[in-house]
Design a protein around this ligand. Structure first.
Ligand SMILES: *[C@@H]1O[C@H](CO)[C@@H](O)[C@H](O)[C@H]1NC(C)=O
Ligand SMILES: *[C@@H]1O[C@H](CO)[C@@H](O)[C@H](O)[C@H]1NC(C)=O
Ligand SMILES: *[C@@H]1O[C@H](CO)[C@@H](O)[C@H](O)[C@H]1NC(C)=O
Ligand SMILES: *[C@@H]1O[C@H](CO)[C@@H](O)[C@H](O)[C@H]1NC(C)=O
Length: 395
């Protein structure tokens, strides 16, 4: 998962170094698993206060207090009612006029599929420059097999003003996720305090989406969508996550997950899990959400919640860590195991060319000239040696 163009999709091995807390009597285990009671009381108050304030704000917000709302931390969103159905990268972006300002719930309603599922992708300034990751992301929907129709279910979660404006210019569904006390116009360096705030804000936001009754596919924009993944997701799991490395068994918690691609269905279990995941930041405050996920995935609390985590096979949902070798099977490809935005862009362009070649082949050509990925080239282990991961844009 990455936010500032610096990938941290490194295979880290699994987190066994936390001895799982002993199961506690029912009802209390949730709290006790997260260490100190003092902390919990403190947090509970904060959460309660936040919830009350949020409810109050939403009431005000929905009564038309949006535009000049003093509650600046509340996300504001705009939506163009005449949403263009297909993204056309060669067409100039139409002028933006008369934006309709909508709350999250209305935006979700508008973008959702009939089964109340949306596709969510975070976007920040570094990813929108010309010839950017985001352009490649959208192009993948265009060259993918019957993926273009999915774009109308995409909600771009903009993390800064420039990303938000850019999104609006493309007439996509755009949502501005603000994080209190973080100025995104500046640089949020990888793993800095601000960066981590954004990362955790995202988890909290996803919980809100689930609580609103919507399921989602969360996708980083450095994931290319070549086929409709809903044809391949497991029907029997509420929480499915892609892998850097898949070990063959979808239930095996030893799989190395990559939270850059997740399919999460709205249910009591997933809502509880997201609350727990978010709360874990107090313990793993210096960690990224993906690492925290690795830490908590074995917690008895997660089992008690009844969440069944299932891992997606890299044969279908691959990446540079572990490719989907067979083009006939690939649904998505992620530029993981890659440091540096330039390196990602370089290799994703080649990846798209490989795919275009494959899709243009006749059945006979596919047999006589079997295609394989020509990447990673700039990505992979070399990118970690040549790249200083503390700078923005991979420069
Ligand atoms: C995309 O836009 C260009 C320029 O406006 C136009 O010529 C082309 O037909 C469009 N393609 C599609 C698939 O709509
Ligand atoms: C919405 O976008 C369309 C193009 O898709 C544009 O023609 C129209 O003017 C926009 N409408 C509003 C209200 O912004
Ligand atoms: C694209 O999708 C259609 C319909 O699902 C299928 O018939 C066709 O074989 C697919 N093409 C490729 C290249 O996967
Ligand atoms: C979630 O919990 C509520 C209240 O306990 C219950 O009424 C509802 O049926 C549950 N829904 C699911 C999907 O389990």
């Amino acid at each position: 998962m990455d936010l500032d163009g610096v990938s941290i999709d490194i295979i880290k091995g699994d987190a066994h170094n936390i001895s799982p807390p002993k199961p506690k009597p029912e009802g209390d285990s949730f709290d006790q698993n997260l260490q100190s009671r003092y902390f919990f009381r403190h947090l509970f108050k904060a959460v309660l206060l936040f919830t009350l304030v949020t409810i109050a704000c939403f009431v005000l917000f929905n009564q038309g207090g949006a535009a000049g709302s003093p509650f600046q931390f509340l996300p504001t969103s705009f939506y163009n009612f005449t949403f263009s159905h297909a993204y056309n990268s060669t067409a100039p972006p139409p002028a933006v006029t008369g934006m309709e300002e909508l709350g999250l719930e209305q935006l979700l309603k508008r973008a959702a599929m009939p089964d109340k599922t949306v596709i969510l992708s975070p976007l920040n300034e570094a990813w929108i420059e010309k010839d950017s990751i985001f352009d490649l992301f959208l192009e993948s929907f265009r060259v993918g097999n019957q993926t273009i129709g999915l774009l109308k279910h995409l909600i771009v979660v903009a993390l800064d003003q420039k990303a938000f404006d850019h999104c609006l210019g493309l007439h996509l569904n755009c949502y501005f996720l603000k994080t209190q006390g973080v100025d995104f116009s500046g640089e949020a360096h990888f793993m800095s305090a601000d960066y981590l705030k954004i990362v955790w804000r995202k988890i909290d936001f996803l919980r809100t989406v689930l609580e609103t009754g919507y399921s989602f596919v969360f996708t980083d924009a450095d994931i290319m969508w070549f086929r409709n993944p809903f044809q391949q997701f497991y029907p029997d799991s509420h929480f499915q996550v892609a892998c850097d490395k898949f070990r063959g068994n979808p239930w095996d918690l030893n799989n190395a997950p990559n939270t850059g691609l997740m399919y999460v269905k709205s249910s009591n279990q997933t809502i509880e899990f997201y609350k727990y995941w978010y709360k874990s930041r107090e313990i793993y405050s210096a960690k990224h959400d993906q690492d925290a996920f690795n830490m908590i995935k074995r917690d008895p609390v997660v089992r008690d919640i009844g969440l069944q985590i299932k891992f997606l096979d890299t044969a279908y949902f691959g990446g540079f860590c572990q490719s989907s070798r067979n083009f006939d099977l690939v649904y998505t490809m992620h530029a993981n195991c890659c440091a540096g935005l330039d390196n990602k862009i370089h290799d994703l362009k080649i990846l798209l060319e490989d795919w275009k070649k494959y899709i243009s082949f006749t059945e006979n050509e596919k047999i006589s000239h079997p295609i394989s990925w020509s990447v990673p080239q700039s990505c992979g282990p070399a990118s970690f040696r040549s790249h200083t991961p503390w700078k923005k844009n991979g420069t």
